[in-house]
Design a binder for this molecule. Structure first.
Ligand code: FAD
Length: 384
């Protein structure tokens, strides 16, 4: 790994300055306070402003298509994280948009892309079902051809459809061949969330996040909203999952985001820095900083695991260091460190769940990177 510093050109420094000023004016204390309170990880005003200023398009597009070059992309990712921008919904929107572009009908791509890049259209993920999410291919939500043959009728439910209430479409895994082999029975759709028969119910997680359960009752979806071949959904999904898992091929600039969810560790680093400025240095703070540095330097799936595990491990230490007032949330009178450590403590829990649990990632590392055999969860023979 190359740890050398990148010297910014005058133009890049000007870009950074302009972006900082833009974000400072946009992501106000009030925006952050509201985000912590609602747990939505989304703010429409912020999202639309980033779209109108062309930042969403520049982030989405490659340099060859007119998007950020590697240095500006890095600046962008760091600044958006440092500002504490309610931001996670853009990641899912961009990920789904890429799948639609790669596998969807050209007319559908043409219809949605302008809205995606302006911020007006948001796309959410409908993978997990009430009976289990780790094995996404075990999907019970059914899609069957409608009588006329020009569309599909969808019935089922999805758990944890985050931001469905702020989105216009859900990228839905359906089963179109219940008797077929698991990975050859899936079909993906981009379902308009204002379709009759879609119901969105809020769920508040233990850490204060707002997500949803979504129900689909005789929802009619046009065939031109199918993404990829019938029963060929696994190949479509696999590409999107690679992005979510952070296992996509890296360019050779050395500047690419190291792992998914680096925004979470940037937030954590900001809190640790602040705490380091108000308490006496000690072993536990030193350990937190060392763990933080290691997590920030770990790439791909290792980074994904290191980030969530580090947050889970150091947040209680940070709260202890601050004393009892460290357990008070942001906005509460007397909260130590403005409630930062308490927020990281709550954020750490879902960070190790959404997009795949830590256990599942550790198994993927064991199998894909270390070449270990698949785990066997059955008790050894003779043990009951
Ligand atoms: C706040 C939040 C937001 C989310 N947002 C979305 C979203 O927008 N869209 C969406 O589709 N989903 C979303 N999810 C769902 C998330 O992806 C799933 O929760 C996750 O994949 C785990 O699935 P599950 O909760 O059904 O747990 P299960 O799959 O039922 O797992 C239960 C337990 O068993 C363990 N386990 C399961 N399989 C294995 C295995 N093979 N090896 C070892 N251990 C295993 C898991 O680690 C876990 O501890 C969200 C979840 C949360 C908490």
């Amino acid at each position: 790994m190359d740890f050398s510093r990148v010297e910014l050109s005058a133009q890049d420094r000007a870009f950074q300055q302009e972006l900082r000023e833009f974000l400072t004016a946009l992501v106000t204390d009030e925006v952050i306070r509201r985000d912590r309170e609602t747990g939505e990880n989304f703010d429409e005003t912020v999202h639309l402003a980033l779209g109108a200023a062309g930042y969403l398009a520049a982030d989405y597009r490659s340099e060859a298509e007119g998007g950020f070059d590697a240095v500006r992309r890095r600046i962008w990712e760091l600044e958006i994280g440092r500002a504490g921008t309610p931001w996670f919904h853009w990641g899912t929107t961009a990920m789904v948009a890429r799948s639609v572009q790669a596998f969807g009908a050209p007319e559908l791509v043409e219809r949605i892309m302008p809205g995606v890049l302006s911020g007006e259209l948001r796309l959410c993920l409908g993978y997990t079902e009430p009976e289990g999410g780790s094995d996404v291919a075990t999907c019970k939500t059914r899609a069957v051809r409608d009588a006329g043959g020009s569309g599909w009728i969808v019935n089922g439910s999805k758990m944890f459809t985050s931001n469905a209430h702020n989105a216009q479409y859900v990228f839905l895994i359906t089963n179109t061949d219940p008797n077929g082999p698991k990975h050859q029975s899936l079909t993906m759709f981009l379902v308009p969330l204002d379709s009759p028969g879609v119901e969105i119910q809020p769920i508040r997680t233990v850490d204060g996040d707002r997500t949803n359960i979504t129900f689909y009752t005789d929802v009619r979806v046009d065939d031109d909203h199918r993404i990829g071949p019938v029963n060929g959904g696994w190949a479509v999904l696999r590409e999107a999952l690679k992005v979510e898992h952070g296992t996509v091929a890296r360019d050779d600039s050395g500047l690419q985001k190291l792992a998914t969810m680096t925004e979470h560790i940037t937030l954590t680093a900001t809190v640790v820095d602040r705490i380091a400025g108000i308490v006496e240095p000690g072993y536990r703070l030193g350990r937190a900083v060392a763990r933080l540095e290691a997590a920030m330097s770990s790439p791909d799936m290792y980074g994904r695991v290191a980030i969530a595990q580090t947050m889970r491990d150091i947040a209680p230490d940070l709260m202890d260091i601050l004393g009892t007032a460290g357990a008070l949330p942001e906005g509460t009178a007397g909260a130590a460190d403005g409630g930062g450590a308490e927020y990281i403590y709550r954020l750490a829990s879902p960070t190790g769940i959404y997009g795949g649990t830590l256990e599942v990632f550790r198994n993927m590392i064991a199998a894909q990177a270390l070449g270990l055999p698949r785990p066997i969860y059955l008790p050894p023979k003779g043990v009951r």
